[in-house]
Design a protein around this ligand. Structure first.
Ligand code: NIG
Ligand code: FE
Length: 409
């Protein structure tokens, strides 16, 4: 069956099957008065002028169409919420203070251990519905709120189930190295052994994750501990990712390039040697501006990264603590205002470069023949307008693999 989207006022998409770096990050294709022909869930052709025939027609009514957005960093699966931390923060507690008192990530760990897999799935499904309606059609999802083998596997199984039953494509990441659990507080080496000798082999044997991530940070894991975990993951076929330089520069971005991480995340206080290492290692910088906003923290040096040839992706970091926000439209506006990226660079950052950060650039992140027909019709005449209308939801029709999956038209 052929479906065509006609009367597209502006079709805006990066092109390619890998990340775009440097000046190329801002070079996208924009077509006026365009159409996209979809067949069997993939893009057959995109063009301008008279549209070819099809079995079904969707009229974009002169509005903007882009690829479906890709959220390359979420902590989708968790029990409970942490709204009580808002008041704590307003009274002066820092993110790391709350974690050191056994709150923060560790309180979500208790709630996640107590929840059944089904409860976790039902809760995450609501978030996925919301993400889809906001224009996100592919997302990464991490474990990391179990911190024991059974609960980490439970989270990853929930991701697998949701990938099977929800229109969203989910890409799973093992984040057992998210914090030291309370029961290992006096025995860090024991927890590292559990991660490397039990958890990682079990995750890999069951095919439950593509990536292995670690929170390299003061109060979480040192760079040397992070290297041990990421090398163990690699030995079992899990590709490294790393939460690096979010609060303190503890060597995470340098390590990212050294271990050949596919992406490094946050990078708020990334030093020049970290940027150079990522450029050498081919690592995508996955920046999370809504987290900077929520933590009252500085914003990552995105322009320096683009200048150094590091591909930049932007993602939500949706999680119950440092960023309870899953809206990539807001992330796009923040990318312009706080990173000083231009709309074309921002679009690449939330589509093709984000797809590259999660190993999906062959099938998602741009609208060109052979790729998945994942696209959004926005209530916007052009890309500038989408980035500029902060705080309004402009997604009208969301198409996943050629099928309308969300519509508010
Ligand atoms: O990416 N920084 C580490 N992990 C998350 C926060 C998780 C939490 O606070 O629950 C992040 O910001
Ligand atoms: Fe995160």
């Amino acid at each position: 069956m052929k479906t065509i989207v006609t009367h597209i006022g502006m079709l805006a998409t990066p092109l390619g099957r890998g990340p775009r770096r440097g000046r190329l990050q801002g070079q996208i294709q924009t077509l006026r008065d365009a159409w996209v022909l979809m067949e069997e869930g993939t893009v057959a052709q995109a063009g301008t002028g008279p549209a070819p025939g099809a079995d079904q027609t969707i009229d974009a009514r002169d509005r903007l169409v882009t690829p479906g957005l890709v959220d390359s960093h979420t902590h989708l699966i968790f029990g409970g919420w942490r709204q009580h931390e808002l008041g704590m923060k307003l009274r002066g507690a820092s993110y790391l203070d709350i974690l050191a008192q056994g709150g923060g990530i560790l309180s979500t760990v208790s709630a996640t251990r107590a929840a059944s897999q089904e409860e976790l799935e039902d809760k995450a499904e609501k978030a996925l519905d919301e993400m889809l309606s906001l224009g996100t059609t592919t997302c990464e999802a991490k474990s990391g709120y179990g911190l024991d083998v059974d609960t980490e596997l439970k989270q990853l199984r929930a991701i697998r189930e949701l990938d099977a039953r929800h229109p969203m494509d989910l890409v799973p990441t093992f984040l057992g190295a998210h914090a030291i659990p309370a029961e290992h507080r006096e025995d860090r080496a024991g927890y590292l052994r559990l991660l490397c000798q039990e958890a990682i082999p079990a995750v890999a044997a069951q095919g439950l994750a593509r990536f292995c991530d670690v929170f390299c940070e003061t109060g979480a894991f040192t760079a040397e501990e992070s290297r041990i975990v990421l090398e163990a993951g690699k030995a079992h076929g899990l590709i490294p990712k790393i939460h690096a330089d979010e609060i303190d520069p503890t060597g995470g971005s340098v390590l990212a390039g050294e271990v050949g991480a596919i992406s490094a995340e946050h990078l708020i206080v990334c030093p020049p040697e970290g940027i150079a290492s990522m450029a050498r290692g081919g690592t995508v910088a996955c920046l999370l501006p809504a987290t900077s906003l929520y933590l009252g923290a500085p914003f990552a040096p995105a322009r320096d990264m683009i200048g150094a040839g590091v591909p930049v992706a932007l993602a939500s970091d949706f999680n119950p603590g440092s960023c309870p926000c899953l809206d990539l439209q807001l992330v796009m506006t923040l990318g312009c205002l706080r990173y000083r990226l231009v709309p074309e660079e921002v679009l690449t950052a939330v589509t093709l470069n984000a797809a590259a950060a999660i190993g999906m650039a062959e099938q998602a992140g741009s609208l060109e023949p052979g790729k998945q027909a994942d696209l959004v019709i926005w209530d916007a005449p052009d890309l500038d307008y989408l980035c500029y209308r902060m705080g309004s939801d402009l997604a009208r029709t969301v198409i996943k693999k050629g099928r309308i999956v969300s519509s508010s038209d």
